[in-house]
Design a protein around this ligand. Structure first.
Ligand SMILES: CCCCCCCCCCCCCC(=O)SCCNC(=O)CCNC(=O)[C@H](O)C(C)(C)COP(=O)(O)OP(=O)(O)OC[C@H]1O[C@@H](n2cnc3c(N)ncnc32)[C@H](O)[C@@H]1OP(=O)(O)O
Length: 154
């Protein structure tokens, strides 16, 4: 599996259900650059179903959510010239999450979730997301992510 920004969060930020590297029950998403876009992949299982043959919409929203916050963290690291090493990644939480389901998402294929950074303003990052199955855009979304300090949630 590829390395993602989530591998550079310290342990106490590693429990997120969507992307925490230490949550053995979670999705453990890995968000990385792919050229100017950000990319993560997720392979759904049969039990992630909604209507027959397609993926449950709440899961798709989760994937957009965590890929959005991970993309925002990557964008902040780039903006600040941070070389990722150890556990020095900026961390963001979701301020808002908007999701639009364009067509049913086939469940029998690995999903690609792609992000485009629309805005970086101080600690706020706006990320536009496309979720594709079999090369077709099935869901679009927008995440507004906000950087949080190291002691957030402690
Ligand atoms: C427990 C630890 C968790 C940390 C894990 C990290 C790693 C794992 C990651 C996993 C994550 C997985 C995903 C999850 O599940 S994350 C879990 C779900 N999210 C939350 O629980 C977040 C709860 N909310 C907060 O803590 C605060 O309200 C935050 C931190 C979001 C902002 O409060 P803060 O006081 O810091 O903000 P500010 O007032 O200085 O505003 C700054 C700018 O931001 C803009 N803005 C603010 N709020 C919103 C909003 N709701 N929508 C749109 N925009 C908003 C605001 O207009 C301004 O922009 P501008 O006017 O300058 O243009």
């Amino acid at each position: 599996m590829m390395k993602g920004i989530q591998d550079y969060y310290p342990d106490h930020f590693g429990q997120c259900y969507g992307c925490g590297r230490l949550n053995e029950h979670g999705y453990q998403l890995k968000t990385a650059w792919d050229g100017e876009e950000t990319l993560t992949r997720f392979t759904p299982s049969a039990y992630h179903t909604a209507i027959p043959g397609s993926v449950y919409g709440g899961l798709l929203a989760s994937l957009i959510d965590c890929h959005g916050t991970g993309s925002a963290a990557l964008a902040l690291a780039k903006e600040k010239g941070i070389q990722l090493e150890g556990f020095n990644a900026p961390r963001c939480v979701t301020g808002s999450l908007q999701v639009s389901y364009k067509k049913p998402t086939p469940i029998d294929s690995t999903l690609e979730i792609r992000g485009i950074i629309k805005e970086v303003k101080g600690k706020k990052v706006v990320v536009e997301i496309r979720l594709l199955s079999k090369g077709e855009v099935c869901v679009t979304g927008e995440v507004i992510a906000i950087q949080v300090p190291d002691d957030f949630g402690k």
